[in-house]
Design a protein around this ligand. Structure first.
Ligand SMILES: Nc1ncnc2c1ncn2[C@@H]1O[C@H](COP(=O)(O)OP(=O)(O)OP(=O)(O)O)[C@@H](O)[C@H]1O
Ligand SMILES: [Mg+2]
Length: 312
């Protein structure tokens, strides 16, 4: 594996004792989409600021593509707060950004047209961006972040506050940057479904530390099994029957009629569960299996739930 980024025991303290990140070690493979997941204040943006050289670490080692130096032309960054100038049009924002990177005029014009097409912003290109929707603004942010074709892209909460449709559209675009341009993408998010959908690997952060790291699948598997939710007339009795039959922990009854059983291979067990209960004269009204999600995994590692969706 070629590492795009390697962090070894990186630390950052603000003021005398606000430890923003502590002994952070992590490796991001070239070509991967990697997600940092964690609640407010867990150190995600600080990690980004250090990696994009906007802040310096107090201690530790950082390598980019094997080197301790980074050419700023090889990185692109979309900050947590939009960098779009509201008093300029979409096209003007892109042109300005390109000039900052020193792209020659003709090539820049072509690149801007290309990006406006890719991000479905052609029609809005010559309107002031203050009239853009949240999703359009974020797409423009993303286009500005990649105008110079970086190899390494940092996205700090790319879809916070967007509606599900705009979010899905941005996910599609981020995936395309990975598959078509071979970009390595590091993103932060509060949305577990975003990490699940996009990331090859994820790290859970809590209070400046990484508390777990792996593929989304590995993280979910650590939760240990699926949850079977059953609705029936006598949940309490059903719980006893199933506990004995499957040697599982006493299933949890939510109320008189609902119980949850945590078990491996939940889907395979369904027909048998129904048969077993019917034999005991407990007809099943409804039954469903749910796989654990990243939120369950996060809870397991940190005892905290991820921040609920918020609009901004
Ligand atoms: N410039 C700063 N000066 C002082 N403290 C800071 C500064 N930036 C961040 N911190 C502190 O460092 C810690 C980590 O903050 P950071 O912004 O990295 O968190 P985050 O995970 O990005 O949070 P959020 O989800 O809210 O964006 C917090 O306790 C925060 O208050
Ligand atoms: Mg942040």
């Amino acid at each position: 594996m070629n590492a795009a980024i390697q962090l070894k025991k990186v630390r950052k303290t603000y003021g005398k004792k606000r430890k923003a990140i502590q002994d952070l070690s992590l490796t991001i493979a070239e070509g991967d989409i990697y997600a940092l997941l964690g609640p407010n204040g867990s150190g995600k943006s600080t990690t980004f600021r250090i990696l994009t050289t906007l802040a310096s670490a107090d201690q530790g080692e950082i390598r980019y593509f094997g080197s301790s130096k980074i050419n700023k032309q090889t990185i692109g960054c979309v900050a947590q707060n939009s960098g779009v100038d509201p008093t300029a049009t979409g096209r003007e924002n892109l042109m300005l950004q390109g000039r900052i990177y020193g792209l020659p005029k003709k090539a820049l014009k072509e690149r801007v047209n290309e990006l406006l097409t890719v991000f479905h912003l052609e029609e809005a290109a010559d309107r002031l961006s203050k009239h853009y929707s949240g999703g359009m603004k974020r797409k423009l942010d993303l286009a500005m972040g990649i105008i110079h074709r970086p190899k390494l892209l940092f996205l700090d909460e790319p879809t916070t506050g967007l509606d599900p449709e705009s979010r899905a559209e941005l996910w599609q675009m981020i995936k395309q940057l990975q598959s078509d341009a071979g970009m390595t993408v590091l993103l932060t998010t509060h949305y577990m479904e975003e990490a699940d959908e996009l990331a090859d690997r994820i790290a859970f952060m809590n209070e400046g530390r990484i508390v777990a790291e792996g593929t989304p699948e590995e993280m979910k598997n650590k939760v240990g099994g699926d949850t079977i939710t059953i609705q029936c007339r006598e949940a309490q009795v059903a719980a006893q029957v199933l506990a004995a039959a499957y040697h599982v922990q006493q299933p949890e009854t939510q109320d008189e009629f609902t119980l949850h059983v945590v078990t491996e291979n939940g889907a395979e067990k369904l027909p048998n569960v129904i048969r077993l209960l019917e034999k005991q004269h407990i007809p099943v009204d409804s039954i469903k299996v749910s796989r654990p999600d990243l939120g369950d995994a996060y809870l397991l590692y940190t005892g905290k739930t991820l921040r609920k969706e918020e609009t901004s």
